[in-house]
Ligand binder design. Structure first.
Ligand code: IPD
Ligand code: CA
Length: 283
């Protein structure tokens, strides 16, 4: 269902408002001890994740009451909706729980396009807010990606000069096969980074800070807004949903590095599929 420019502008204003309110909440509690709601081997969920998603949900519902939220902290978007918000109330929760100011709020709006049996959700706008750096990324269909209102673009660096960001994800066992792949990759690029927020890594690719970002097992709310922002900044956002699994392998890059990076991602995808089969995800 296509959206008019006016609808997109209205929706973006609501998403920015919600992201900034949730970001203020994160900043206010940055240095306080955090209440942990749930924890697994490689992940933490905070009570503040839930509070933040509720705050975002209320703000979005005031602007577009009929659009449900699919979020890390709850999903009201089941059923036959034509639009949905995809929300990660805090991306980089483990950083944030440790008091490290590298975390953000991520909000995307998706619409089912085209209608009919082949209908699939496509992202129409993305907003990512880093409350610590005061950085707000936005993009909407038909427009360009922006950082604090100014147009941004991906880098033009080749592989040998590139900085490539990676994520381990939350699945048990990923580390065993990712570490040798990192060794290979590290010899071909200038620098590797693992910073702990997929949404910010994608926005850094869109801004030309990173040249690529690879991670084998991400959820939709980690990547919907940031991936769209990469595309609107002229980059490539490749993702594949792992069979029978709610996780996606992601390769986002400046448009020049796909061929060079694919060999590094292939074993990761293959291995993550076998992880999917074992149901060993902790995420
Ligand atoms: C996580 C972060 C992290 C990535 C994990 C995600 P969360 O999201 O994006 O960088 O490696 O796969 O689950 O739990 O902080 O919202
Ligand atoms: Ca996340």
């Amino acid at each position: 269902m296509s959206m008019t420019r006016h609808e997109l502008r209205q929706a973006q204003a609501a998403a920015v408002d919600a992201a900034q309110q949730a970001g203020d909440l994160m900043r206010r509690h940055w240095r306080s001890p955090k209440v942990i709601g749930q924890s697994t081997r490689h992940d933490i969920k905070l009570e503040l994740d839930v509070r933040s998603q509720r705050l975002i949900g209320r703000t979005l519902a005031r602007a577009l009451p009929d659009v449900p939220v699919l979020g890390e902290e709850g999903d009201q978007a089941g059923g036959d909706h034509l639009r949905r918000w995809v929300v990660d109330p805090i991306d980089g929760t483990v950083n944030y729980a440790h008091g490290i100011p590298h975390a953000c709020v991520s909000i995307a709006l998706q619409a089912r396009e085209p209608t009919g049996p082949t209908a699939a959700f496509r992202t129409r706008l993305g907003v990512v807010y880093d409350p610590f750096g005061g950085e707000l990324w936005t993009a909407q269909a038909g427009g360009v990606a922006r950082l604090n209102g100014k147009p941004i673009a991906v880098s033009t660096r080749p592989l040998a000069e590139s900085m490539v960001s990676l994520g381990f994800g939350n699945s048990a066992g990923v580390i065993e096969y990712l570490v040798p792949a990192i060794g290979n990759l590290a010899n071909r690029v200038r620098k590797i980074r693992l910073m702990g927020s997929a949404a910010l890594a994608l926005c850094y690719v869109a801004t030309g800070r990173f040249d690529a970002f690879l991670e084998p097992g991400l959820r939709l709310w980690d990547i919907a807004a940031g991936g769209f922002i990469v595309e609107q900044a002229g980059g490539t956002f490749w993702r594949r949903q792992l069979q029978g699994y709610e996780r996606h392998a992601v390769n986002a890059h400046n448009g020049r590095l796909g061929r060079a990076l694919n060999p590094f991602l292939r074993p990761l995808i293959a291995n993550d599929r076998s992880q999917a089969g074992t149901g060993r995800s902790a995420g």
